[in-house]
Write a protein that binds this ligand. Structure first.
Ligand code: A2P
Length: 337
């Protein structure tokens, strides 16, 4: 195992999850270095029953560090991930800073573990919505080629960090008490509301989250031809994303075949009961490692039998972020890939 592990963003939503997972998975590093902004320096965070004093992230934070797990935003990664890599650490970066860099592997361990072998010090963790989507699409695509993906997301607020989660809870209390909700992290009220994903929109009308889902899918699947369109939306859910997915296959695929393939897929749990109805829900996806997949049905609008519909829920902070990064780090161990 790694001797010295640094967590950059140790006080954040994903940082909390890194600490929980390291403990649950029994990592036994000799030293953990907890890094965040100057705002949190001196605070204590816990891991494995021990308290660690948070240090301010600086250029010299990475001396002696073997593994650096980054989740402190794109600009922090842009500046400090290369410094960490030069100091000899392997960086697993949860931000979007390096994902589309051709020299940086973008990895979901269940899908393209072999790509980590080409790393030059930095490995990127994909966008949370992309991970949740591809956990269900890839097992099917692996058996029978998917030509087109149409996905609509129902995204939890956790993707915008701990303050966004607190904002949803505060606004919910405010609305129930008859007070107006005050948006601070998001541009719109998140309690009792649904709004288009708050990432920048380009001239085509797509927002950045939707573009990430398209480009990252191409890179992870090594398939530029797969057609992807996405509509990304925030919903008042704390920490698990859901996605409605319509697939078009090259050859016919039945719902029964798709269910069989997904039932055997690692990291996936099929929740697809018709009577009484029980399908993926973010509340049941929260805090677990598997991505839940259900509503597996033939798309009646594609009479040639090449269409399948799915509904997915996956914990944004776990498989969508911290767990995937931790699994990447575990692949780096001898014999990992
Ligand atoms: P801090 O708590 O000191 O602000 P979240 O995604 O939940 O908002 O968490 C973001 C994490 O990234 C937090 O741990 C936060 O630390 C950290 N962070 C944000 N900006 C910086 C920065 N400029 N340098 C170091 N850490 C940062």
């Amino acid at each position: 195992m790694f001797k010295t592990v640094a967590i950059v963003g140790a006080t954040g939503a994903v940082g909390n999850e890194f600490r929980t997972l390291i403990e649950q998975r029994g990592w036994d590093a000799e030293r953990y270095v907890m890094l965040a902004s100057a705002r949190s320096a001196g605070r204590e965070v816990r891991l494995g029953g021990r308290g660690y004093v948070v240090q301010e992230l600086t250029d010299s934070s990475f001396e002696g560090v073997d593994l650096a797990l980054f989740s402190a935003g794109g600009s922090t990664s842009q500046r400090f991930a290369p410094i960490a890599a030069r100091a000899g650490a392997v960086v697993v970066d949860n931000s979007s800073a390096f994902r589309m860099d051709p020299e940086v592997p973008l990895v979901i361990p269940e899908i393209n573990p072999q790509d980590i072998q080409n790393h030059r010090g930095i490995i990127a963790n994909p966008n949370c919505s992309t991970i949740v989507l591809l956990m269900a699409v890839w097992p099917l695509h692996h058996v029978s080629r998917v030509r087109r993906i149409v996905v609509s997301t129902y995204q939890a607020v956790s993707g915008a960090g701990l303050r966004a989660m607190e904002e949803l809870q505060r606004q919910t209390r405010d609305v129930l008490a008859g007070r107006p909700p005050r948006p601070e992290v998001f541009p719109h009220p998140c309690a009792f509301n649904v709004f288009s994903h708050n990432s920048p929109i380009d001239a085509t009308g797509y927002n950045a989250e939707e573009r990430k889902m398209v480009h990252e899918t191409h890179k992870i699947l090594h398939d530029q031809a797969i057609a992807v369109t996405a509509t990304c939306v925030r919903v008042p859910v704390l920490r698990a994303h859901s996605e409605a997915v319509n697939l078009t296959f090259e050859k016919p695929m039945t719902a029964g075949q798709a269910r069989g393939i997904l039932s055997a897929a690692p990291g996936v749990r099929v929740v697809d009961q018709l009577d009484p109805p029980h399908f993926p829900m973010p509340i049941e996806a929260t805090g677990i490692d598997e991505v839940l997949v259900g509503r597996i049905r033939q798309d009646i609008s594609q009479p040639d039998g090449r269409g399948i519909d799915l509904f997915i829920s996956g914990d944004q902070l776990r498989k969508g972020a911290a767990l995937n990064a931790i699994q990447i780090a575990e692949l780096l161990e001898p014999g990992g890939v």
